[in-house]
Design a protein around this ligand. Structure first.
Ligand code: DGL
Length: 268
């Protein structure tokens, strides 16, 4: 094996504060069935969206070090909060491909008819310079209404993916956006992808819901290909799931959102 094929046989690292990034990992798995994946849910430290910049960057660095110790060839920051807070700083520290996820303002701007876009995201994401810059890029053509959603990530981590209390919380976050005339709602947090069906039901059938999970998977494929890092084996890739939180809870989360008999480990 030459150096390039050794590099390309290494796994792709993916992380989030918890299980939100699994939605991105699923799209990566569909698009790149032969890649090995190491997924980290930093659940002990979730939600990132209610933490400070320095705390989030410290966690991003710790998880990236963990993934590099597992020999990953690229890191996917499957978290809007972490990406908008500090992906440039992370890239400056680690010389491997680092792919992030940002709220899908661009596809939303292309989809809206009323010219009004609602963005659901964590409080932290909506406060970042990088989100403000992203929103300003489209501000000439569309109006962007933001809605921070505290408590939603915690409910999703607890696998409360339906049920009256989750619906009540979603109504509280979505109805003000509809009242302002939004016809397009951006899911600006990867955790919310797990609620996209329910969000669509609460918002109503005329409202477009924008997710970026598939676009991120395409970007991962493009980056791996351009760096000659795509796996060249022809067998199905493995997955390893690590958590900094409770392993018992993680087993339930992974079984429900990924499938039975997945390999789950506790990261001490
Ligand atoms: N899944 C995350 C995001 O995309 C982080 C949520 C959180 O930990 O607050 O923003």
């Amino acid at each position: 094996m030459d150096d390039k094929s050794i590099a390309s046989s290494r796994p792709v690292g993916i992380f989030d504060s918890g299980i939100g990034g699994l939605s991105v990992a699923q799209k990566i798995r569909e698009l790149l069935p032969n890649e090995d994946i190491v997924y980290v849910a930093d659940s002990l430290h979730a939600p990132y969206g209610e933490k400070s910049d320095s705390y989030i960057f410290h966690r991003m660095s710790a998880v990236t070090e963990f993934l590099l110790a597992h020999n990953v060839k690229a890191v996917v920051v499957a978290c809007n909060t972490a990406t908008t807070t500090a992906i440039s700083r992370l890239r400056a520290c680690y010389p491997i491909p680092i792919i992030g996820v940002e709220p899908g303002i661009k596809p939303a701007a292309l989809s809206t008819h009323t010219g009004i876009i609602g963005v659901l995201a964590t409080p932290r994401t909506l406060q970042t310079h990088s989100f403000t810059a992203l929103a300003q890029r489209f501000a000439k053509n569309v109006r962007i209404e933001i809605q921070p959603c505290p408590d939603l990530v915690t409910r999703i981590e607890a696998l409360n993916l339906n049920g009256e209390q989750t619906v009540t919380l979603l109504r509280q976050y979505i109805f003000p956006l509809l009242d302002k005339g939004a016809d397009t709602i951006v899911l600006g947090c990867t955790h919310y992808n797990h609620l996209s069906g329910l969000i669509s039901q609460v918002a109503g059938e005329n409202i477009s819901i924008i997710k970026t999970d598939a676009a991120v998977a395409r970007e991962v494929a493009r980056r791996l290909s351009s760096e000659a890092l795509l796996a060249t084996n022809n067998h199905a890739g493995n997955e390893e799931f690590w958590t900094s939180g409770s392993l018992a809870v993680y087993h339930q989360q992974i079984e429900q959102l990924w499938g039975k008999n997945s390999k789950c480990y506790h990261w001490l």
